[in-house]
Write a protein that binds this ligand. Sequence first.
Ligand code: SAH
Length: 353
Amino acid sequence: MSLKDGLIARVATHGPITVADYMAEALLHPVHGYYTTRNPLGAAGDFTTAPEISQMFGELVGLSLAQSWLDQGAPAPFTLAELGPGRGTLMADILRATARVPGFHAAARITLIEVSPALRNVQRRTLEGFDIAYVDGADHLPDVPLWLIANEFFDALPVRQFQRDGAGWRERCVGLSNDVLSFGLSPAGPQAMLAHRLEDTEDGQLVEICPSAAPIISAIGTRIEAHGGAALIIDYGDWRSLGETLQAVQNHASADPLAQPGQADLTAHVDFETLTQAATPAVFSRVTPQGVFLERLGITARAQALAAKLDGSALDAHIAAHRRLTHPDEMGNLFKVLGLFPTTAAPPPGLER
Ligand code: SAH
């Protein structure tokens, strides 16, 4: 039975499910899930990401992490972790850029968190020659200093959606209408976790929360404060999510999120306020636009150095990639960077308190 037919049967028997339950099934179902079954990245896939656009992204992220490690006294050993490494491109670029940082590779225990067996295979190939280990979740990271990167990871985690109704909320659910999966609203009721959103929302407005994000951030923040380290979390979103941001993407085009569960990527913008609330005891940087972060790390100089070796269509593609990563009309402003670091340390380069 297809995932869609399975979901229709489930809803017909047990009633509507939350948007988060729907996303979890569509993305992570052990047999039919979107991430479980495929490699969605790149021109032949459904979407592309900053490290797939240009090597400069991973290089600069790597240098920020390595400088932060040096600033904290170059502890050894330490965990060099990535959440949701995709094709492994970002980690490969980080490792290439940091190869000459004295002691960094020798001290790094490369540790990946990846739900997709298909992508684990791709990552092993991309990172051939490096010793890599997988752990099942952030709470399984070892108790040693931790430098961590997560690019477009938190946007893949399931969100619940709530529509304001007076002093209460109606949860948006996935049910059936004429035997077709469709969105509906649960009856209104209070939601303690949304008490702070009564101050900045109006009747009818929609907010999203991501229940699985806070425990992950908390596991990272605890380790960073106890042992040293830093985390760079890069994603699209902003401080306090408002309005529907759930979207489906298939073959680089927007799609109906309910039409083909398991066949399209589903994401939602990241609410950075919720992430910062879970960071304690570690502290967090200002939420910084990706373009600003990359400029501070010297992307223009790096782009010029690479451009000197290129001409023709390769040069055009390189210039377009630089613009795409940094320009406010492209990824430069839509994507934000949040840093976590210990109370006694400075934020990683590119970020400020
Ligand atoms: N960071 C990569 C890939 C982003 S796509 C890049 O920038 O190119 C999202 C990644 O997170 C994929 O590798 C996907 O398989 C992984 N992922 C999604 N949900 C996950 C979960 N719940 N646990 C672990 N990994 C997950």
